[in-house]
Design a protein around this ligand. Structure first.
Ligand code: SAH
Ligand code: AVI
Length: 336
């Protein structure tokens, strides 16, 4: 994660550059995020704190657990639809929000290659190290590829996000939109829509409501990778705000909140404990059973997807989904 450091990474490759994207709104510092988030009940944290280098690698391992169906379902949808998407949009560039390892993006780049097209790739992520290794892998697989990696926080305004030349395919995959509360997701999606030109398109991946047991298993895999991912946020806080959390003193909890149509992840204090936050010169009590709410992951229906798009000024061009409706991949256009 590079929320405080806006210096470009030292890494460079011939066809790749890394550029920081300045925030439009002043970003809260990690200490301010903690002070604000720990005021409420339950205590909360913005989800971007999951994604230091280790957290990003844990997320990648989550994607390979048998329980985490979103990755493989969306990957299959992309593999099946990539040629049609690339043929219909014919993008000069691909701009991806929260690109992470860019694993699924390879389907689109492969479809471009097969059509003798060479779109420029603009990944945008808060974690520069994961983009760096993704870019190295992509440059190896697609020697023609030019990459302009953008490091920043897509939740902090997109006015300073470069506008790549030509027709652009925006990607927002993995169900990441669901990690925002409804007001925030409406704002982020509207900002993406405002950034788009009339011929640009957005390919949006969103997870769907389904059986509780399937949802809950996906966020509590048997191998404990998601639990490690959840607890890792405490290591990030130890580093970022000079705290002394003991991650193992917190239990991982994930459940489907049906009323709000979302998975909630929490860390539950296993015993009465007191945590020092050096950067705030404060101590926080975590009595046994107290929760730290670390993430929401909203699950959508076709109707709530249409609603989300409409609120952002987007219209659906295509909807790719498996027969069981486990996941949606939507190609959307700005309303003319
Ligand atoms: N899109 C990929 C990765 C999803 S994981 C996929 O579908 O597999 C979420 C990604 O979003 C991570 O790489 C994380 O670093 C990034 N991310 C999370 N919050 C972000 C923010 N506020 N701004 C930019 N990137 C963010
Ligand atoms: C990145 N995001 C869409 C993931 C999700 O499913 O909400 C993050 C995640 N959290 C736990 N497992 C995966």
């Amino acid at each position: 994660m590079s929320t405080t450091n806006t210096e470009p990474s030292s890494w460079r490759a011939a066809a790749c550059t890394v550029t920081p994207v300045p925030s439009v709104h002043r970003l809260l510092t990690p200490a301010e995020d903690v002070a604000r988030g720990f005021q409420g009940s339950p205590k909360r944290l913005p989800p971007k704190y999951f994604y230091d280098d280790h957290g990003s690698r844990l997320f990648d391992r989550i994607c390979d657990t048998p329980e985490y169906y979103p990755m493989r379902t969306e990957a299959r949808l992309l593999a099946e639809s990539a040629r049609a998407v690339m043929a219909s949009v014919q993008p000069d560039c691909i701009l991806e929000m929260g690109s992470g390892t860019s694993r699924k993006t390879e389907h689109l780049l492969q479809a471009a290659e097969q059509a003798n097209a060479q779109p420029v790739y603009w990944p945008f992520d808060v974690c520069d190290s994961i983009m760096t290794s993704a870019a190295e892998r992509l440059c190896g697989r697609f020697p023609w590829l030019t990459i302009h990696a953008l490091v920043g926080d897509y939740g902090a305004g997109l006015d300073h996000l470069p506008r790549p030349p030509g027709r652009c395919l925006y990607l927002f995959l993995g169900g990441s939109l669901g990690n925002f509360e409804p007001e925030e997701s409406a704002r982020v999606l509207s900002e993406i829509a405002s950034h788009m030109g009339p011929d640009d398109r957005l390919l949006l991946g969103v997870d769907r409501v389904k059986d509780r047991s399937v949802l809950e298993a996906a966020y509590d895999d048997a191998a404990g990778v998601t639990a490690a991912f959840n607890r890792n946020v405490l290591n990030v806080l130890n580093h970022e705000v000079d705290a002394d959390f003991e991650p193992e003193a917190f239990a991982h909890e994930a459940f489907f909140n049906e009323a709000q149509s979302r998975i909630e992840m929490h860390l539950v204090s296993r015993r009465d404990q007191r945590v020092q936050v050096g950067a705030l010169e404060r101590v926080y009590d975590f009595p046994e059973g107290e929760r730290l709410h670390t993430e929401i992951s909203r699950k959508f229906t076709p109707a709530s997807i249409a609603d989300e798009l409409a609120r952002a000024g987007l219209v659906m061009d295509e909807h790719y989904q498996p027969e069981d409706g486990a996941f949606s991949l939507v190609l959307a256009a700005p309303q003319q």
